[in-house]
Ligand binder design. Structure first.
Ligand SMILES: C[S@@+](CC[C@H](N)C(=O)[O-])C[C@H]1O[C@@H](n2cnc3c(N)ncnc32)[C@H](O)[C@@H]1O
Length: 155
């Protein structure tokens, strides 16, 4: 359902990659899970570093890389939370991608500080997330049920 929105949203990355040497565009993804996003960028190869705090995703992530890694140079799934990106130097990425992660990050301000630190001047943050609709609307009820499910299953 969100795929077409993500493809459209990531389109500037295709343009950036087309204007640069292969693998010279450096992307950092936070909370990459099983690797939902790199198959949605079909450009010349990007250098794509992926972090994820939950190591249980690793086998699924590897499957996605093998099946849909495309032209990109994709890192192993690096264990890290978005609030602590200390293993990466400042000003080292052209883009940071964060999809459906901010809703679960306990220290959002800390995470944004880290993103700002690792992004090069002029670098871009691409994020997607769930937000609540107007009070009383059907979509807001769906959102509340979804949040409960996340809490019950500790997703
Ligand atoms: C709903 S999944 C989204 C996965 C993927 N980004 C996508 O769009 O399909 C939320 C992801 O955020 C990760 N996550 C949870 N807390 C995090 C944190 N503090 N920093 C980074 N990622 C976190 C979870 O492990 C999970 O992989």
């Amino acid at each position: 359902m969100v795929r077409p929105h993500k493809v459209k949203h990531f389109a500037p990355l295709n343009e950036l990659a087309a204007s640069r040497e292969e693998f010279s565009v450096k992307v950092l993804e936070l909370g990459g899970g099983s690797g939902a996003n790199f198959p949605l960028v079909s450009s010349r190869g990007l250098d794509w570093t992926i972090t994820e705090p939950n190591a249980a995703f690793a086998p699924y992530f590897r499957e996605t890389v093998a099946a849909k890694g495309g032209k990109h140079r994709i890192s192993e799934l690096i264990e890290a939370v978005g609030e602590d990106l200390g293993q990466f130097e400042g000003d080292s990425f052209d883009a940071v991608i964060v999809t459906f992660v901010f809703c679960t990050v306990p220290d959002l301000a800390g995470c944004l500080r880290e993103i700002r630190r690792v992004l090069r001047p002029g670098g871009k943050l691409y994020f997607h997330d769930h937000v609540g609709d107007r009070k009383g609307s059907f979509r807001r009820q769906v959102y509340i049920v979804e949040l409960k499910i996340y809490q019950w299953f500790k997703l």
